[in-house]
Write a protein that binds this ligand. Structure first.
Ligand code: HEC
Ligand code: HEC
Length: 222
């Protein structure tokens, strides 16, 4: 009896210690990463939790289109969040949220999403559109002096230059809406001019085709 008792005490100790460490570890992660906390819970000044719309993995959602955030470059994310807050990128939903985030929170939540593994897509889109879109994406439209999308965004739309958003795995309707916004001059961030000239040259059908092409590619290489 006495021996069994001793045995219990010896094994129970390290177990209790492990449990304590595990609990402390969990709490430490949440506190150390304010960006992850904003993503999961929002903040107490009225910013909504990002995952409600952008998904648990930051993968976005096809309908209504919510863009992917996971694996977008940090400085691009900071730029866009600031633009929603200050009005250079008009969108009522995101403006309302960004207006309740200060610079440090924007920095933190942007770092969080930039460090996540790319996620999103592939989306289901008509194959004939994808084919047409692939041609424009890879070759451009030389007869109309339109550069290939690949020259900046990469052939798979996975290029991750600091100011250059990857396009792979975004919902098709999100991509389409952005091309229309550039064409109308509605997005006014510092580098939006690069896209405005290109988008203004594209017919609606061509916008739908390139959007289908990039949406058909998963954000992350399998
Ligand atoms: C109620 C739904 C909703 C919530 C909650 C939400 N978003 Fe969004 N978000 C959207 C929509 C819709 C868009 C597309 C807006 C547009 O067309 O410009 C968007 C776009 C974005 C973009 C632009 C992505 C790109 O590729 O340019 C970023 C960055 C972003 N959201 C970050 C966040 C962050 C960070 C949070 C949490 C603090 C958040 N969002 C919470 C709906 C939401
Ligand atoms: C000269 C380089 C360049 C070329 C070529 C280019 N892009 Fe872009 N693209 C950019 C930059 C830079 C941005 C970010 C601009 C900003 O801050 O709004 C961007 C942004 C975008 C966005 C918005 C992404 C998001 O997450 O909201 C879409 C969609 C897009 N490009 C599609 C295309 C398509 C389709 C083509 C080919 C027809 C193309 N781009 C060609 C540089 C380029």
């Amino acid at each position: 009896m006495a021996r069994a008792h001793t045995f219990d005490r010896i094994t129970a100790r390290p177990l209790a210690l492990l449990t304590t460490l595990w609990l402390l570890g969990g709490a430490a992660v949440a506190e150390d990463d304010p960006g992850a906390q904003i993503a999961r819970e929002g903040n107490d000044r009225g910013a909504t939790a990002c995952i409600q719309c952008h998904g648990e993995q930051g993968q976005g959602q096809a309908q209504p289109p919510f863009p992917r955030l996971a694996g977008l470059p940090k400085s691009y994310l900071v730029e866009q969040m600031t633009a929603y807050r200050e009005g250079q990128r008009p969108n009522a939903t995101m403006a309302q949220i960004a207006q309740h985030l200060d610079d440090d929170e924007i920095e933190a939540v942007s770092r969080h999403y930039a460090e996540m593994k790319p996620a999103g897509g592939p989306h289901r889109v008509p194959e004939d559109l994808v084919e047409k879109g692939r041609e424009i994406a890879l070759e451009g439209l030389p007869e109309r002096n339109i550069q290939s999308c690949a020259s900046c965004h990469g052939e798979q739309g996975r290029e991750r230059n600091p100011s250059l958003p990857p396009l792979a795995g975004h919902p098709p309707r999100y991509l389409m809406a952005q091309l229309q916004a550039y064409a109308q001059g509605a997005r006014k961030t510092a580098l939006a001019g690069l896209m405005q000239g290109i988008a203004q040259e594209l017919e609606e059908e061509e916008m739908a085709a390139v959007s289908a092409y990039f949406a058909s590619i998963p954000a992350r290489e399998e």
